[in-house]
Design a protein around this ligand. Structure first.
Ligand code: TRP
Length: 469
C-alpha cells in the first residue's frame, strides 16, 4: 500500500480520488480497497447509497487515519455489541423499560452501595441527600478514589452541565442540579457547569442565537437551585471554548478514532460532522487545565461528575483518553431517570407537556396533571383498593414522593398504608400535589430573584479565591 491520494466526500458518490485534507492508503494500482470493491460490481447495480455504504464500510474496517496516540483499552468492550436490549439509553434517547442493573453491566460502571453512602455521611458530617438514601444516584465510577483523596486532605472539583434545548425545565432536569448543590455544600468544593449550547444547536436544529438565548434562560433556573457564587463558574460553550480549553479538546480529539466514536455513540455516515466532533467539548471540562482562571497551579485536582446515566458514553470516552494525555480520569456519580407521569418507561419528554411537571407550572396545572395523568398502582375502586392494596412498584405518585419527600418515616408510612389498602390513591396524590406545588413555587420565587447581572456574574471567567473554604 502506498499513500498516494486524498479522499473527499464527493468521491463517495462520484468515484476516485480528489483533493481533501485526509490522506488515505491506496492500493498499488492507485485505488482504495473500497473503490476497488465498488468497481468490481456490475455497473447497473450502482446506486449512490451502495457506493456510499461500501466505501464507508471499508473506511471503518481499515485503520486509514493517522493516529498519534496509542490506542488504550476501552473500559468496557460492550459498546459495539449489537445484542438487542429492550431499553435505549444514550445521550440522545432514553426509552423503554430500563433495567438499571443491566445498564451497570453494559456500561461497566459500579453500583453505589451502602458502604459508600455511609462513607459520604462520615466524611461530610451531614446526612446523605435523599437522592443517595433512595438510590436515585445509584451508580458510579471511581467515587472511592475521590473519597480516599478527600480523606487525605485533597479536595476535588465538581463538573456538571445542561444541554439547553428548551425554555422551561421540568422536575427531572432539576435532579442533577439539586444533587450537585448538595455535593458542593457538603464537600465545600468548586463547581463548573457547562451549558452545551453548541450541542443543542447541532442536534436540535436550533439557531446559534436561539441556543445561546436558551442557555442564558436555563442558567437562571440553575442559579435558582442555590449555587454558591464564590464557588461556581457557569459557562456557555459558544462563549468560553478557546484557549486552554480548546487545546485540551485537540489533545482529546487526536486520541479518539472515528471507529471509536462510532462504537461509543453509534454515529452513521448520515450524521453531520458536528456531531462527530462534539464529544471532546463535553470531555475536557473534566480536566482542571481547561480552566486556567480557576485551577492554574492545581492541574492535579481530581474531578467528580454528577450526571444522569445517559451521559456515561461521553465520560467513558473521556476516561479512556485521560491517562494517555497525562490527566486523571474523572470520577462519576450517576442517577437514574425521573419517570414520566404516565409511567416508568424512560425519562420525561420535553415534547409532551403532559408527561412532566414543569418548574413553570401553576398550582392548578400541577394538580390537574397529577390527578389526570399520574399512572397509579392503586385499584380502580375504593372497595378493591381496601381489599387488595396498591402495587407500589409501578405507582408514579409513590415514585415521585420517593424522589422529593425528605421524611423517611412519612414515606415509609405512606407505602405501608397505601400498599396494604388502608390509604387511597386520592390521598397519596393529594400529598404529592402539596409537595410538588410547594417545591415549584419555591423554585419560581428563587428564579424571580435572579437578575441579568447575577447571570453575568456567575458566567464571568474569573478566579474564585475562596472556592475551597
Ligand atoms: N450533554 C448534556 C445534556 O444534553 C449536557 C452536559 C454537558 C452535561 N456536560 C455535562 C451533563 C456534564 C452532565 C454532566 O444535557
Amino acid at each position: 500500500m502506498v499513500c498516494l491520494g486524498r479522499i473527499c466526500p464527493d468521491m463517495l458518490i462520484n468515484g476516485p480520488i480528489d483533493a481533501n485534507p485526509y490522506s488515505i492508503r491506496l492500493n498499488s494500482d492507485g485505488r482504495t480497497d473500497a473503490v476497488a470493491a465498488i468497481s468490481a460490481q456490475p455497473p447497473e447495480s450502482f446506486s449512490a447509497s451502495l457506493l456510499r455504504s461500501l466505501l464507508l464500510r471499508s473506511l471503518l474496517q481499515s485503520d486509514t487515519f493517522d493516529e498519534s496516540c496509542e490506542s488504550g483499552e476501552m473500559e468496557n468492550e460492550n459498546e459495539t455489541n449489537t445484542e438487542p436490549v429492550e431499553a435505549e439509553v444514550n445521550p440522545w434517547e432514553v426509552s423503554g423499560k430500563i433495567d438499571y442493573d443491566k445498564l451497570i453491566d453494559k456500561f461497566g460502571c459500579q453500583r453505589l452501595d451502602q458502604s459508600l453512602i455511609d462513607r459520604v455521611h462520615r466524611l461530610t458530617s451531614r446526612p446523605p441527600h435523599v437522592f443517595l438514601r433512595r438510590g436515585v444516584f445509584f451508580a458510579h465510577r471511581d467515587l472511592n478514589e475521590i473519597l480516599d483523596a478527600y480523606e487525605r486532605g485533597d479536595k476535588f472539583y465538581l463538573y456538571t452541565g445542561r444541554g439547553p434545548s428548551s425554555e422551561a425545565l421540568h422536575l427531572g432536569h432539576l435532579v442533577p442540579f439539586m444533587f450537585t448543590k448538595y455535593l458542593q455544600d457538603a464537600f465545600k468544593v468548586p463547581l463548573v457547569i457547562q451549558l452545551t449550547d453548541d450541542e443543542k444547536c447541532m442536534w436540535k436544529n436550533l439557531s446559534v442565537e436561539e441556543s445561546q438565548r436558551l442557555a442564558r434562560e436555563n442558567a437562571k433556573d440553575i442559579i435558582a437551585c442555590g449555587f454558591d457564587i464564590t464557588r461556581t463558574f457557569i459557562f456557555s460553550d459558544f462563549d468560553y471554548v478557546g484557549g486552554a480549553f480548546y487545546k485540551n479538546m485537540v489533545k482529546v480529539s487526536k486520541c479518539v478514532t472515528y471507529n471509536k466514536v462510532v462504537g461509543i455513540f453509534g454515529f452513521t455516515g448520515e450524521d453531520h460532522i458536528g456531531k462527530v466532533s462534539f464529544p471532546p467539548v463535553q470531555a475536557v471540562p473534566s480536566f482542571p487545565s481547561s480552566f486556567p482562571h480557576l485551577f492554574s497551579g492545581k492541574e492535579n485536582l481530581r474531578c467528580l461528575i454528577p450526571c444522569a446515566i445517559d451521559q456515561d458514553p461521553y465520560f467513558r470516552m473521556t476516561r479512556d483518553v485521560a491517562p494517555r494525555i497525562g490527566y486523571h480520569k474523572p470520577a462519576l456519580i450517576e442517577s437514574s431517570f425521573f419517570p414520566a407521569l404516565q409511567g416508568d418507561t424512560g425519562k420525561m419528554s420535553a415534547s409532551d407537556p403532559n408527561s412532566a411537571i414543569y418548574v413553570t407550572d401553576t398550582p392548578k396545572e400541577i394538580k390537574d396533571k397529577i390527578n389526570k395523568y399520574a399512572f397509579t398502582g392503586g385499584q380502580d375502586t375504593k372497595e378493591k383498593q381496601r381489599l387488595y392494596g396498591a402495587n407500589l412498584e409501578v405507582d408514579i405518585p409513590v415514585k415521585y414522593l420517593s424522589f422529593f419527600l425528605d421524611d423517611d418515616d412519612e414515606l415509609e408510612y405512606i407505602k405501608q398504608e397505601y400498599g396494604s389498602g388502608r390509604m387511597l390513591t386520592f390521598d397519596v396524590k393529594k400529598r404529592l400535589i402539596d409537595l410538588l406545588t410547594e417545591l415549584v413555587e419555591r423554585h419560581k420565587r428563587a428564579r424571580a430573584t435572579v437578575t441579568e447581572e447575577m447571570v453575568d456574574a456567575f458566567m464571568a471567567a474569573r478566579p474564585l479565591p475562596s472556592m475551597f473554604s
